[in-house]
Design a protein around this ligand. Structure first.
Ligand code: ADP
Length: 652
């Protein structure tokens, strides 16, 4: 529950809303018990065929007679203990009579003198009271929604901020669909939880409390006696709440993996169809949905027990009250099993009002039982959200960041070791110095760690041991934002957003002018196809992941985007692998121009591109095995010779 209350706490900063909610809930609760406490006795008076003044007058004379009787009894009693008991009884009667005497003039002045007119007033009061109560209830609902939505609005923003801060690696570990599930499903569940907590879970206990207080005013001893069953029910409810939270957490995990499965299948729909895997995917989905179903049934089982628990408790309380109260009233007793329950024997009216209050207290209990699961679910969801929010950032920002150098004189890897998991070593003792303005090509077999090495420059990962330095400054001591401003990256699957061409191009430089964008597109040989082949030119929306473009077009846009930001360092990770042979020569020129006097790391398997490199680094199994120019490597490196021999076709 701790995390759930942390989410609730976010809403507490909206003070006026909070005060409004508590005030409205309190008013609703007061109206609730006032309805029971006044309407019921009034109805009772009316159905005895009396008006209120009549009733009060008669009751005063009855009390007077009773007082006289008691006083006579007091004089005739010698025993001290009995005398003190009678004295308390007398003072009780006097108190009651005092109240009636004080009420009588007001009743005479304001209330009608016949029973039917009194009934009209009772009905009027009932309707008026309900209208007023409902108006307050409406405000309460709106204020509660405001509180809830604002709390979750802020929670979502915190969550988004935190996820954007997550390292690339944790994104791989957590899977984006899992995060999506926390974002959508879990935050929605928290919303419902908070709403119910602030709505019913504040209002209903208040309603219950006012009724219990009123019942206690009639006879607190009788109330205590009736409430003996509550501890047992509380223990059972405690157990149920734990079980519910546990099951809800598991159900949410299942829901997240279902999201993952659907996302994965939809993304890979072409493969699913090409390999006729529909039946297999259906089976996987069936298994996942079935697991969710089983968890949902667990929840239903525990949930189904909460209502009976509270209802049986409520019924036992009322039952006990009827039995004990009935015994006291019927026998006109003040004691039960030797325990004093009331001062004077209770009247039938008092007893009925007492019952009415108990019933009034058990109705909110029933409503609380209904929201019990929603709140437990909210608590489980809050745990999942805060689990991520509370994680230590895995790429912490430096405490006192060093200023990022303006110009790059050198990038240096010093004995860098790295592995995505603790038992796997992707990079082994890599040492490499790249001088500013140099273009370095990384070549080597698939999976040998080229991309990983390149991605250490913008600090997507921190080395397990060793350091990455820029101009002799450890990049871990730089501000990540400033470091990354210096770097542009073009990858094999050029990353595009479902937006216009223009916005995609301006992604790294939001304030670029149209002229700058067009100039960059021209340099990347993208301008022509944007203008002539796309329906709305630069304003064409290119679909999810740039799906409406060909692979080559996407890559030219990605190049244009990098050119526009004019970075100090450029990383090209298979950036031209999808460009068709025809445009390869054009792109070659583009790159030649773009890479001149710029520090570049290029991962490529195209011989033509390798000619643009000042140095070629040969990697194998996470290590650098050679370093030289194309000519040098052709002369001395067997692996390189073999790769070049097959036009470096299968090395990347
Ligand atoms: P290359 O670019 O040379 O093809 P990579 O640097 O992409 O190689 O990958 C090096 C190794 O690290 C491979 O064995 C790959 O399976 C593994 N790897 C890459 N990315 C991840 C990741 N996010 N999580 C776990 N392992 C990874």
């Amino acid at each position: 529950m701790r995390n759930f209350f942390r989410a609730v706490k976010i809403g507490l900063r909206y003070r006026i809303t909070c005060i409004g909610i508590v005030l409205c809930s309190l008013l609703v609760a007061l109206f609730w018990s006032a309805n029971i406490g006044t309407i019921y006795p009034l109805v009772e008076v009316v159905f005895q065929g009396k008006s209120v003044p009549q009733y009060l007058t008669e009751s005063i004379s009855e009390l007077e007679a009773e007082l006289v009787e008691k006083q006579e009894l007091l004089q005739a009693t010698p025993d001290n203990q009995s005398r003190s008991f009678i004295t308390t009884q007398i003072s009780g009667l006097q108190k009651e009579m005092g109240i009636h005497q004080r009420l009588l003039p007001y009743a005479r002045q304001y209330l009608p003198d016949n029973a039917f007119d009194t009934l009209v007033i009772v009905v009027g009061l009932m309707i008026g009271g309900t209208i007023l109560k409902d108006l307050i209830l409406m405000s309460n609902i709106i204020l509660t929604q405001r509180f809830t939505q604002l709390a979750v609005f802020n929670l979502r923003k915190d969550f988004y901020r935190r996820t954007l801060k997550m390292s690339v690696r944790s994104f791989h570990d957590d899977r984006s669909t899992e995060l999506l599930s926390r974002f959508t499903n879990d935050t929605e569940v928290v919303t419902q939880g908070i709403y119910q907590l602030l709505g019913k879970a504040v209002r209903e206990p208040l309603k219950m409390a006012t009724c219990l207080v009123a019942a206690a005013l009639i006879s607190w001893r009788l109330l205590l006696l009736c409430l003996v069953v509550t501890p047992f029910a509380a223990i059972l409810l405690g157990y149920l709440s734990k079980a519910l939270r546990r099951s809800n957490r598991k159900a949410m995990q299942e829901m997240a993996s279902m999201y993952g499965l659907i996302g994965e299948t939809f993304k890979g729909i072409v493969a699913v169809k090409a390999f006729n895997m529909e039946a297999y995917e259906r089976k996987r989905f069936h298994d996942s949905a079935k697991r969710y179903y089983l968890k949902a049934m667990d929840i239903a089982k525990y949930n189904s027990m909460t209502r009976p628990t509270t209802e049986i408790m409520g019924m036992t309380i009322v039952g006990l009250a009827i039995l004990t109260g009935g015994y006291l009233v019927l026998n006109q007793e003040t004691h039960l099993l030797g325990i004093q329950i009331c001062v004077n024997p209770m009247s039938f009216g008092d007893m009925m009002t007492f019952f009415a209050f108990l019933v009034g207290a058990s109705d909110p209990l029933r409503k609380i039982a209904d929201v019990f699961n929603v709140i437990q679910r909210g608590a489980a969801a809050a745990d999942r959200i805060y689990e991520l929010l509370d994680r230590d950032p895995d790429l912490p920002e430096a405490k006192n960041p060093a200023p990022t150098p303006e110009t790059i004189q050198k990038i240096e890897f010093k004995h860098v070791d790295f592995g995505y998991t603790s038992d796997l070593q992707t990079l082994k003792d890599v040492s490499l110095t790249i001088t500013g303005g140099q273009t370095v090509a990384l070549v080597g077999p698939n999976g040998c760690g080229k991309s990983t090495l390149a991605r250490m420059v913008p600090r997507f990962f921190d080395p397990k041991s060793g350091t990455v330095l820029i101009n002799d400054i450890d990049i871990a001591t730089l501000r990540k934002r400033e470091l990354r401003e210096k770097i542009s990256m073009v990858t094999q699957n050029a990353i595009m957003f479902d937006d216009t061409v223009l916005n995609n191009l301006k992604y790294g430089k939001r304030d670029a002018t149209m002229q700058e964008v067009e100039a960059a597109a021209q340099k990347a040989k993208a301008h022509q196809f944007i203008e002539s082949k796309l329906e709305h030119g630069y304003n064409t929306v290119i679909g999810e992941g740039g799906g409406k473009l060909s692979g080559g077009q996407r890559q030219r846009l990605a190049l244009a985007r990098a050119i526009l930001t004019d970075p100090e360092i450029i990383i090209l990770d298979e950036a031209t692998s999808q460009v068709d042979l025809e445009s390869e020569q054009v792109i070659h020129q583009v790159l030649a121009e773009f890479l001149a006097n710029r520090t570049a790391i290029m991962i490529t398997h195209r011989l033509a591109n390798l000619q643009l490199a000042d140095r070629i680094i040969v990697m194998d199994q996470g290590r650098i095995i050679d370093d030289g120019t194309h000519e040098e490597l052709m002369q001395r490196n067997r692996i390189y010779q073999r790769m070049a021999g097959s036009e470096l076709k299968d090395i990347a």
